[in-house]
Design a protein around this ligand. Structure first.
Ligand SMILES: [Zn+2]
Length: 210
């Protein structure tokens, strides 16, 4: 009953969409559906999975720009981000047009996420942690049993998310990383929103922003 995942970089921003599944039940979720929807659906089909939901870390276009096109093809619930990212979702038509993405309409998630909500993929549970700073409603997904963190644009290998956007807050980001992520076990694997994977232990020792 292992948890499996594969990273699929999407859009010109090379955002890491995570396809996450339970290889016993074949239940799957897609995390941060930024675009390239046909590629994502091909990966679901390739592994013979049943897509159960979309989870979203935050409202930026490269993380959510493909959601509407995906749910037009497979109707699944959308969990996240936090409600204070609604202003980003409301700007999706303008932002996708400005950056040359296929234009996305505005959408509402099935459920906004809050700290400590628990989401499941098959028999695997993920805890929601609220890490504002890059965006005010940014959430991350953590499985203690599987020692895995899906970090969105909070934490990258030896870097952190930008905080120069509207409602960004550098101090909030650093405080929340220290208070909520640095207490996770060092061996926790981290899937960032862009670039290569890392671990909590590596970032505690080598991240120059903290
Ligand atoms: Zn972002």
């Amino acid at each position: 009953m292992a948890l499996q995942f594969t990273l699929i970089p999407v859009t010109p921003f090379q955002q890491n969409t995570t396809l996450l599944w339970d290889d016993c039940t074949l239940d799957a979720v897609l995390i941060d559906v930024g675009g390239d929807v046909e590629t994502l659906l091909a990966a679901v089909a390739h592994h013979h999975l049943q897509l159960q939901a979309i989870w979203l870390t935050h409202g930026h276009l490269d993380h959510v720009g493909g959601v509407v096109r995906l749910i037009e093809k497979i109707e699944v619930p959308i969990y996240g981000p936090g409600k204070s990212d609604d202003f980003w979702l409301q700007q999706l038509p303008e932002m996708t047009a400005r950056y040359g993405f296929p234009v996305s309409p505005v959408f509402q998630p099935t459920q906004w996420l809050v700290e400590n909500k628990v989401l499941h993929v098959g028999s695997h549970a993920f805890q929601v942690l609220h890490i504002p700073g890059h965006t005010p409603g940014h959430v991350v997904f953590y499985s203690a049993a599987d020692q895995l963190l899906i970090a969105g644009d909070v934490l990258f290998r030896e870097s952190i998310g930008r905080t120069d956007f509207p409602q960004g807050n550098h101090a909030d980001l650093l405080r929340n990383i220290r208070e909520k992520l640095w207490k996770l076990p060092d061996e926790t694997q981290v899937i960032p929103g862009h670039g290569p994977m890392t671990t909590i232990g590596h970032e505690k020792r080598h991240n120059p922003f903290l």
